[in-house]
Design a protein around this ligand. Structure first.
Ligand code: XUL
Ligand code: CO
Length: 437
């Protein structure tokens, strides 16, 4: 497998002292940490769209990406085939065990839904072949319900019932292919499910329709025997001003209202969390405590920019806090860490795709190592347990057990001469984390 990236070697673990740019310094796939290999903990995945399809365009300029192998292609199907083969070479060389795709990433859309479906079958055949050859697996599939012009007013929340039906056809096909390729999850990111102005929007109908759509999709997944996890990916803005799946709390309320809790979990993306005004850790923790943490889109935003920049993750503080949440949950499987991240427009060379993934993988591997030490030392847990010890006995235990009434609490409060409080020690705890970094 040296056809598309002939100058790039197979990337191996060489340890922290290595200065070889094509080596892992922290990601050692078979090393065991807290009872599991790093490969099992991290479940890395390549995002097909950013890595194989993106060209580096932005609103001010054309694509910059240099992908010499694409020149061989004479038709859209040939281009799709070359990209897929290149993708498997890249994943193999980087030891990435999973990938994720949108329907239109892997196959040309052609001029009709019928042609698109045919192309998807052709490309699924090739994917199946390459997966068998390499052992690389599908983390999740999804349908792109936002790029085609018919989705200008949304897909499941479009004002047009015909568009709702086209979106359903796309999801049906994407679910069929994900099932065929033994995908371990299926993702619904809202795309254009949201609105720009209430002056032209029937908010109640759009939300009911979104729930109807998700119910139909979940029913179909059951019908075909797809046992993978169904995931909703919250995002607060972009492309629409008001996205319906704003954040974990918003999606949780939606799932509860429409009786969908238990059928869907969440795919939490770092950059979406910060756009919602939360930290990545907050969104992970909110999902975890509500039994909704299903998978992760591993990237990072730019604090100075207010949109979804999808940088490769290199911030160790963030990867550490993320892995703390993953470890607290007992792992992320059947989800994984999908690099929904793109190289910067200036990083246009083919080798940048490798260097960027190495940066992301090593940053999460190091985050895992640090988080494991924090957990082993019980460095934070003991502090937090102690901080809430007033709920373990006396009046606190009565509150937690539901034995207290407003009257019993008032009677108790009147007996208190003074309330004793302790410092939250935030700066001390931040220093403690720094000691592990
Ligand atoms: C968009 C985004 C998507 C989803 C899949 O911001 O994150 O790529 O992950 O549709
Ligand atoms: Co994403």
């Amino acid at each position: 497998m040296d056809r598309f990236f002939p100058d790039i070697p197979y990337v191996r673990y060489e340890g922290p002292d290595s200065r070889n740019p094509y080596a892992f310094r922290y990601y050692n796939p078979d090393e065991v940490i807290l009872g599991k290999t790093m490969k099992e903990h991290l479940r890395f995945s390549m995002a097909y769209w950013h890595t194989l399809c993106a060209t580096g365009t932005d609103p001010f300029g054309r694509g910059t990406a240099v992908r010499p192998y694409e020149a061989e292609a004479k038709t859209p199907l040939e281009l799709a085939e070359i990209r897929m083969r290149a993708g498997f070479e890249l994943m193999k060389k980087l030891q990435i065990p999973y990938f994720c795709f949108h329907d239109c990433d892997i196959a040309p859309e052609g001029s009709s839904l019928t042609e698109f479906a045919k192309n998807l079958d052709i490309m699924a055949d090739l994917a199946e072949e390459l997966m068998a050859e390499t052992g690389i697996k599908l983390l999740w599939g999804t349908a792109n319900l936002f790029s085609h012009p018919r989705y200008v007013h949304g897909a499941a929340t479009s004002c047009s019932a015909d568009v709702f039906a086209c979106a359903a056809a796309q999801v049906k096909k994407a679910l069929d292919i994900t099932h065929r390729l033994k995908g371990e999850n299926y993702v619904f990111w809202g795309g254009r499910e949201g609105y720009e102005t209430l002056l032209n929007t029937d908010l109640a109908l759009e939300l009911d329709n979104l729930a109807r759509f998700l119910t139909l999709a979940a029913d179909y997944a059951d019908k075909i025997g797809f046992t993978g996890q169904l995931l909703i990916e919250p995002k607060p803005k972009e492309p629409t001003k008001h996205q319906y799946d704003f954040d974990v709390a918003g999606v949780l309320g939606f799932l509860r209202k429409y009786g969908l809790e238990g059928r869907f979990k969440l795919n939490i993306e770092a950059n979406h969390a910060t756009l919602a005004g939360h930290t990545f850790q907050h969104e992970l923790a909110m999902a975890r405590i509500n039994n909704l943490l299903g998978s992760i889109d591993a990237n990072q935003g730019d604090l100075l920019l207010g949109w979804d920049t999808d940088h490769f993750p290199t911030n160790l503080y963030e990867t550490t806090l993320c892995m703390l949440e993953v470890l607290k949950q007992g792992g992320i499987a059947p989800g994984g860490l999908n690099f929904d991240a793109k190289v910067r427009r200036g990083s246009f060379a083919p080798e940048d795709l490798f260097l960027a993934h190495i940066a992301g993988m090593d940053s999460f591997a190091r985050g895992l190592r640090i988080a494991a030490r924090i957990i082993e030392d019980k460095a934070l847990d003991e502090f937090v347990d102690r901080r809430y010890r007033s709920y373990q006995s006396g009046i606190g235990a009565a509150i937690v057990k539901g034995e207290a009434t407003l009257e019993s609490l008032a009677a108790y409060a009147y007996t208190l001469d003074e309330v004793k409080l302790e410092s939250g020690r935030q700066e001390y705890l931040e220093t403690l984390i720094n000691l592990y970094l």
